[in-house]
Design a protein around this ligand. Structure first.
Ligand code: AMP
Length: 357
């Protein structure tokens, strides 16, 4: 295997599976460090293709294309989690892959993810496995309502989720998901949402960013504010949660942990994203080392950078047709547009970061 024992030197190539805006911002950060990127995507019109010297278009399951991709990269990572974990595991036979296929497999299935977090002694919403209509009714009877039925896999931005208030509704929602394996989660009555974005090096080094408060609209992230309403002690507790999870996964790279913050100050883990995260975009302007550079550093085996924040900051997403107002948006902050041609409703088109003077 190539490159397990040494860092990828400048001029080396980092492979990124997935060509969305996260891959795009990773490629830009890699270029700043003198590293090249090769981006692998299953469709040709990927936002990340506009900023990478090398790319591959092939299905994510294409064993030959994956092997050829691995051969031209010195280290490989991925920018979204709805990938076949076995394809990532296969890549790891011939090239250093970070984070590893195990971390991907655990976090891409809500049941294994929640079980894993619970075993670490961290708080999660009560949950039940739901694989049949009968189990859906029984799980609701057990947990009580309201509750949220979620498909175990392939959910994002609220897709594959239904709030249910009776056993019948729960069974009907399960059927609407066409029998896909689900979990039922007790509804957490949170005061607000937060997240912690952190990096772990393969050597066990760790660096966490200050946790933002996150506002969602229609299940899509609207804004991240730092500092938010988390107290410094809660911020430290959030960072400790990220470290516990990253260590237990033997993680290399950036990960995000989404949290519910209770009125009593409690922190409940909602989910883990094994990648750079939308709630960390503000780190580009507000921190010495952005989450994107940090991830590239960890994947390339470089020392982690400083996560220290030098300004208070708000990041707002630009969603769907909001991008039409780009001239106005350009006036008051750092504007990022992802180069997407079509502004479909709910589609993340860009973001604006405003540092507080
Ligand atoms: P998720 O896809 O799991 O991140 O959920 C998307 C959003 O739905 C979260 O950011 C919350 O706003 C809401 N949500 C998810 N699970 C729960 C829960 N158990 N209790 C209350 N709200 C939830």
């Amino acid at each position: 295997m190539k490159n397990l024992s040494r860092p990828v030197p400048p001029g080396g190539t980092i492979g990124i599976v997935g060509g969305g805006q996260l891959g795009r911002m990773l490629a830009m950060a890699a270029a700043r460090l003198g590293l090249q990127t090769c981006i692998y995507n299953d469709a040709p019109d990927a936002p990340a293709f506009q900023v990478t010297p090398h790319h591959v278009v092939a299905p994510f399951e294409d064993a030959d294309a994956l092997a050829a991709f691995a051969a031209r990269c010195d280290a490989v990572t991925f920018e979204f989690e709805n990938l076949p974990a076995h394809a990532i595991a296969r890549l790891a036979d011939s090239v250093w892959v970070a984070p590893g296929a195990d971390a991907l497999a655990i976090t891409q299935d809500r049941l294994s993810e929640k079980s894993f977090v619970e075993k670490l002694g961290l708080a999660v919403a009560p949950f039940r496995d739901v694989s049949s209509s009968e189990q859906a009714r029984a799980a609701f009877a057990d947990l009580g309502g309201p509750a949220i039925l979620k498909t175990r896999r392939f959910g994002y931005d609220g897709k594959g989720q239904a709030k249910v208030t009776s056993a019948e509704e729960c069974a009907a929602a399960f059927e609407k998901f066409k029998g896909a394996a689900c979990i039922l989660e007790g509804f957490v009555d949170f005061a607000f949402e937060a997240s912690v974005v952190a990096a772990r090096g393969a050597d066990g080094s760790f660096a966490a960013y200050d946790p933002p408060e996150n506002l969602h609209e229609h299940h899509i992230l609207r804004s991240s504010t730092v500092p938010g309403r988390l107290s410094p002690a809660q911020g430290d507790a959030a960072k400790a949660i990220a470290r516990t999870i990253a260590d237990a996964l033997n993680y290399a790279g950036v990960l995000a942990v989404e949290l519910f913050v209770g009125a009593d100050g409690s922190l409940t883990v909602n989910e883990i994203a094994p990648r750079v995260h939308n709630s960390g975009h503000w780190t580009i302007e507000a921190c010495q080392c952005s989450q994107f550079e940090q991830h590239i550093r960890a994947v390339a085996g470089w020392p982690l950078g400083s996560p220290v924040r030098h300004a208070d900051v708000v990041m707002e997403n630009i969603i769907g047709a909001e991008a039409d107002a780009w001239e106005n948006l350009a006036k008051g902050g750092a504007l990022h547009l992802y180069g997407k041609k079509q502004a479909r409703p709910g589609r993340k088109m860009g973001h604006v970061t405003r540092l507080k003077e």
